[in-house]
Design a protein around this ligand. Structure first.
Ligand code: SAM
Length: 280
C-alpha cells in the first residue's frame, strides 16, 4: 500500500489532485487496510469485483488472495496509473468505467461475485440499487459507507434511523457493520467517519416477488408521513378509516403507533390485508 508521502509524490509528479466530484479519499492507514482485507475472507476461489480501486490501496492485497479480480475505476488517469503499477498481477483486469454502467454478469464468468470497495460516498444510494438489481450475480459485498448511512441500514424498528431504506435493503440482504473507520484513515480526510459493512445477498428475498410492489408502496407511503400515527398515515392511501382500524386491530397493531415502530413483518401483514381489501 502506498504511504501518504508516496501518494502525494505521485499526485505531484502527474500534476494531479484528488477529485472531490468522484469522492476521492485514499486509504492511508495500514491497520485498517489489513482489517478490511482480513474481514473480506477472500479465498483462492473468489472472483472479486472491486469498486473504485483508486491507486490500489486494497487491490494489490485482494489480488494476492483471490482467484481473479475485476477492478472498475471511473477515473481514466487513475485507472491507467494503476494498470502500470500492478501489471505484474496476471489475475487482475482493470476496467475504466462507471460501476453503474458496468453490466453483470461478466462475460465468461459464471461464479457469483464478491464485491469489495471503499465506496465514494456520493455513490451509496445508486450503488445499493445496482447491487439489488444485480443480486443474482453477487454472493457477498464488503464496502465502506458513510457512518450515518450505515446506521440507517442496520437500524431497528423504533429507532430514529429506521426507515424505508432499512426495509428496502433488508428485504434482499443481511447487512451488518463490521467496524468503524475514522476519517483520518483517508487522504484527504472526508468530513465524516465511515463504517465497513458486509452484505450477504439472499437467494430468497424476504418478501415474495408477487407481493413486492405493493409492499414497497405501503412502506414508502407510510414513511413519507412518519410523524403521523399509523392510522393517519394509511388514511391517505386507503380512505376507509373504519376498515383500516379493523385491520390494525386484527393485526394487533395499535392505531396510535408511529410508522417507524412497524417491523418488516408488520408491513408484510399490512400488505396482505390491504391486497384483500383491494380485491373486494
Ligand atoms: N479504493 C481506493 C482506496 O481505498 O484508497 C480509493 C477509494 S475512493 C473513496 C473512491 C474511488 O472510487 C476513487 O478512486 C474514485 O475515482 C472511484 N469512483 C468514483 N465514482 C466511481 C464510479 N461511479 N465507478 C467506479 N469508480 C468510481
Amino acid at each position: 500500500m502506498l504511504s501518504l508521502s508516496e501518494l502525494t509524490k505521485i499526485f505531484h509528479s502527474y500534476n494531479l489532485s484528488p477529485k472531490k466530484i468522484l469522492g476521492q479519499h485514499f486509504l492511508i492507514d495500514k491497520n485498517i487496510q489489513k482489517k478490511i482485507i482480513a474481514s473480506c475472507q477472500i479465498t483462492d476461489e473468489d472472483i472479486v469485483l472491486e469498486i473504485g480501486p483508486g491507486l490500489g490501496a486494497l487491490t494489490e492485497e485482494i489480488c494476492k488472495e483471490a482467484k481473479f479480480v475485476y477492478a472498475v475505476e471511473k477515473d481514466s488517469v487513475l485507472s491507467a496509473l494503476l494498470k502500470e503499477r500492478l501489471k505484474s498481477f496476471k489475475n487482475l483486469k482493470i476496467i475504466n468505467s462507471d460501476i453503474l454502467n458496468f453490466p453483470l454478469p461478466i462475460k465468461d464468468c459464471s461464479a457469483k461475485l464478491k464485491l469489495i470497495g471503499n465506496l465514494p460516498y456520493y455513490l451509496s444510494t445508486a450503488f445499493l440499487k445496482y447491487l439489488i438489481e444485480n443480486r443474482k450475480y453477487i454472493n457477498s459485498v464488503y464496502i465502506s459507507l458513510q457512518k450515518e448511512f450505515a446506521q440507517r441500514i442496520i437500524a431497528k424498528p423504533g429507532k430514529k434511523d429506521y426507515g424505508a431504506l432499512t426495509i428496502f435493503i433488508n428485504v434482499y440482504a443481511n447487512a451488518e457493520i463490521l467496524f468503524p473507520i475514522k476519517k483520518t484513515c483517508f487522504y484527504p480526510p472526508p468530513k465524516v467517519d465511515s463504517c465497513f459493512m458486509k452484505f450477504e445477498m439472499l437467494t430468497q428475498p424476504k418478501v415474495e416477488e408477487k407481493e413486492r410492489e405493493n409492499f414497497f408502496e405501503i412502506v414508502r407511503f407510510v414513511f413519507q408521513k412518519r410523524r403521523k400515527t399509523v392510522l393517519n398515515s394509511l388514511l391517505g392511501k386507503f380512505p376507509d378509516k373504519e376498515k383500516i382500524k379493523e385491520i390494525l386491530e386484527r393485526l394487533n397493531i395499535d392505531s396510535w403507533r408511529r410508522p417507524e415502530t412497524l417491523s418488516m413483518d408488520d408491513f408484510l401483514s399490512l400488505t396482505k390485508f390491504f391486497k384483500i381489501i383491494a380485491q373486494k
